[in-house]
Design a binder for this molecule. Structure first.
Ligand code: SF4
Length: 453
């Protein structure tokens, strides 16, 4: 059974009489277990829907959807599939106490992998899950491989029961499923010869493996640092050399690099990022792969839409990771708009300075960094730092943060989303707006924002 959370006014669902709280049991007699069942079985033009209204009345609807009219039904969030692994580098272990409960959930859910691009390890798949993946064509899936050697992978996942990943991928690939994969690189465990083996095994699985990203392990102050450590720059450079070798082979044999180092790997190695064309369609940008170049392409594409903002002072908040990379991005926006941009690099006071991504910045740290900064006309905050409820990682609402700041703030994914609507600066002293103004312009995910195993 799945339960209705909301029904869009004027939709087919509303016309049927579906209301929040309605329990949807079956479509054409087939029981509904989750949103996937609902979406796949209700996609037909005609079907019988069995439901129970909030008052307890059982109803059977004979639904007709002319021209695939949307039903306008939003379901309650699914119960998340829990992870069966215990990685030493798990971010959940790196959380301090006292945060929002969902942040302590280890999710490893192939359904969210298909829907949102969350990475899953596939270690908790049951036979009927595999059947659904094939039947519903859940493709591409995003898979955390880490290592193809079964012993190394089980060690990394701290899961002696983890099935072998290569036969698993090969079997699903043989049934038409494709994959974007990632390797979280842990020094001394899956780097060097293990990385060569993993990348080679994945490449030789054929074109069903659409891409692989190599991402340096990220730890917080609270991680199990006695068991795992971060890469040093030399190890990052060595990994990039191996990535480059397989990418060269892929370019020759498939016409695209296929294997990508995360932006953070280049940053930690002290090496320049490849050009934007390297990343093709930026398919792993939400995993921090090509995110900077993607941002630059967005700005270049919006060049003609960006207004003249000459004289405006705009603060841009980011984490330490993007600190060295952001000036080249901001230089382009400044050249187009004439505005003066100032980068405000904020240290993560919640997880410690080793956590450098903008997406994990707590509101408290942002507030401290902007305290007294009434010289800005506008401050842009990273949109990926809030969840769908517009709360920062430390549970502060974006609106509350805005009320405590001296100047207007806006959440932005790529600058363009905010700046296209920005008015030129009004003349005269005291013309800047006071604080407390907040708006999220762009719902949904931003580059570099990802979740999952
Ligand atoms: S697979 Fe992901 S969620 Fe599970 S323990 Fe490892 S890092 Fe954590």
């Amino acid at each position: 059974m799945v339960r209705v959370q909301a029904v869009a006014p004027g939709s087919l669902g509303a016309a049927l009489g579906l209301v929040p709280g309605t329990e949807l049991h079956a479509v054409n007699g087939r029981a509904l277990e989750d949103f996937l069942d609902w979406e796949f079985w209700s996609a037909d033009e005609q079907f019988i829907l069995s439901a129970t209204l909030p008052g307890g009345d059982a109803v059977e609807y004979d639904v007709e959807r002319p021209e695939e009219l949307p039903l306008g039904v939003t379901l309650e969030a699914p119960r998340i599939r829990r992870c069966a692994n215990h990685c030493d580098f798990c971010f959940v272990d790196g959380n301090p106490a006292g945060m929002r409960a969902p942040l302590y959930i280890r999710d490893d859910d192939y359904r969210l992998s298909f829907r949102y691009g969350n990475f899953a390890t596939l270690t908790n798949l049951k036979p009927w899950d595999v059947e659904r993946i094939v039947e519903y064509r859940l493709s591409p899936l995003y898979v955390s491989v880490h290592a193809t050697d079964p012993t190394v992978r089980r060690w990394l996942l701290r899961n002696p029961e983890a099935p072998e990943i290569v036969p698993q991928l090969r079997s699903l690939a043989g049934q038409g499923i494709t994959f974007h994969t990632q390797v979280v690189l842990v020094p001394g465990a899956n780097d060097g010869a293990e990385l060569v083996r993993t990348l080679t095994d994945l490449f030789e699985l054929g074109e069903s493996i659409l891409s692989v990203s190599v991402v340096p392990v990220a730890l917080t102050e609270y991680s199990k640092r006695d068991l795992v450590r971060e890469l040093v720059p030399e190890e990052c450079r060595a990994a990039l050399t191996l990535v480059g070798r397989i990418a060269t082979r892929a370019l020759a044999e498939r016409g695209f690099p296929w294997c990508y180092g995360a932006d953070d790997l280049y940053l930690q190695a002290g090496e320049p990022l490849p050009p934007a064309q390297w990343y093709g369609d930026f398919e792993q940008r939400e995993n921090g792969v090509g995110a900077v170049r993607y941002l630059q392409t967005q700005i270049a594409a919006a060049r003609n839409r960006l207004p003249d903002l000459g004289g405006k002072r705009i603060g841009v908040v980011t984490g330490a990771a993007m600190g060295p990379l952001m000036p080249q991005v901001l230089a382009e926006v400044a050249a187009v708009t004439g505005a003066h941009f100032e980068l405000v690099v904020v240290e993560n006071t919640l997880f410690g300075p080793s956590v450098t991504t903008a997406g994990l910045l707590p509101a408290a740290a942002i507030e401290a960094a902007l305290r007294g900064r009434d010289d800005f006309d506008l401050v842009l905050l990273p949109a990926e730092a809030v969840n769908d409820d517009q709360r920062f990682i430390d549970n502060v609402e974006a609106h509350d943060l805005a009320c405590r700041l001296p100047r207007p703030v806006r959440l932005s994914c790529d600058f363009v989303d905010v700046l296209v609507d920005e008015e030129p600066r009004a003349a005269g002293p005291g013309s800047a707006e006071p604080g407390g103004v907040f708006e999220r312009l762009t719902p949904g995910r931003c580059p570099g924002e990802n979740e999952g195993a």
